[in-house]
Write a protein that binds this ligand. Sequence first.
Ligand SMILES: *Cc1c(COP(=O)(O)O)cnc(C)c1O
Length: 403
Amino acid sequence: MFNSTIVSKFNSIPTPFYYYDMDVLKQTLNLLKKESDKYGFIVHYATKANANNKILDIIRSYGLGADCVSGNEIKKAIECKFNPNHIVFAGVGKSDVEINIALDHSIFCFNCESLQEMEVINELAKAKGTTASIALRINPNVNANTHKYITTGLEENKFGINLWELDNVIAALKDLKNLKLIGLHFHIGSQITDINSFKTLCMRVNEIQSWFVSHKITIENINVGGGWGVDYHEPDKNRYLDFAAYFKLYNDFLELRPGQKVHFELGRAVVAQCGTLISRVLYIKKGVNTNFAILDAGMTELMRPALYQAYHKIENLSKYQVASIKSQDSAVSELPTTDSLLIKYDVVGPICESSDCFGKAVNLPETFRGDIIALRTAGAYGEVMSSAYNLRDRVKSVYSDEI
Ligand SMILES: *Cc1c(COP(=O)(O)O)cnc(C)c1O
C-alpha cells in the first residue's frame, strides 16, 4: 500500500489527514460482490463506518444498499443516490423526526428494536396514510466474543427484541395496521474474527425461523447484520478478507424457506483496510521508563484506541525514504526492520487526556520530529468518529486517485 513514492507525496501535505487507497476499496468491493452474487445475497453497506461522499459513491456503484442508523445517514445515502428501496434503518432510539424522514423516502425496511417503537412507527405511518415495512430486530443471545463495548447480541445489551417478548410482539402486531412485517433482523456485534460466531448465529436464526413457521408467519427477508472483523495486526498480509468463506458459511448453515432473501450489513469489512491516518511527529520526549513520540494526530482524529482500547498498527513511513536513499531505488515498498535498531515508544496524541494514546511500547526505528507516522486500518470508525474537542480543526481526507 505504501512505498517511498507515495511517502514523498505525503511530505508536501499538511498533517493530520486520512489517506484512502481507492484501489484497495475497489478490490475489496470486487471480491465482496463476486462472492455474495454467487448466492444472490444482498449486501447493505453500514454507512456509520465511513460516510465520506466519495467512498459512498463508489460503494453504491458496486450495487450495495445502505444500512443507516440515523435520519441524517438516510439523507446522506439518498444524496449519494442510493436507491431508497435498498435502504434499511436500524437503531434503538429512532426519533419521530428520523422516522418521518424514512417514511417520506419510502425506505425498504425499518429494523424495529422494541414494541413501543413499532407503535410509534405505526402512528406516524398512519398519519401519512402509508404503510411501513418492518423487520423485527431479534436479540439472538449469541456471544460474538469481541470487545464488550461492541457486543450487541446478548440479552444484557440494549439492542433488539428479546426472544421471550416475541409472543407479545406478534400479538400486538395484528393491531398495528400500518406496519407490514417483511423480515427478521439480527446483528450480534462488531470486529468479530471468530467465524464460528456466525455459524452459531445461523443455528439460532434457524431455531427462531421455526418458531415463526409454527406460528404460520411467513418471513420474506432474513437480515443477518454485519460485524465481520478485519486484521488490525497484519494489514498488508491480510488486506483482503476471505469473502468466499464468509458467504459460503451462511449458504451452508442458514436454512432458508422458498423465496427467502438473505441480507447483510457490512461496514468495517468494506472500508477498514483502505484507510490510514497519516500524522507527523511533533516531539520526542524522554519519560521515566519510556520515550514518548508525540504526534499531531490524537483521539480527536482517531478515537478507537481511547474508546475501546483498539489496536492500530503504527509505522514510521519516513523510513521508506531513508531506505530508498540508501538503496538508490526510488520505489522502495518494504519498511526496513533489520538495518535499524528498534526503539520502544509510547505513541501519543496532543489532546489533554491520558487516554489519548495510540500505543504503548511500540517498536519503531529511531524516530525524529517531522517523521511521518501511519496508523493503519483506520478506514472504518475513524474519520466518522472524529471530533472538535480542544477546538481541533476538522480532519481532512486525501484520496489516492487525487494525489
Ligand atoms: C454497526 C452496525 C453494522 C455494521 O457493523 P460492522 O462491524 O461495521 O460490520 C451493521 N448493522 C447494524 C445494525 C449496526 O449497528
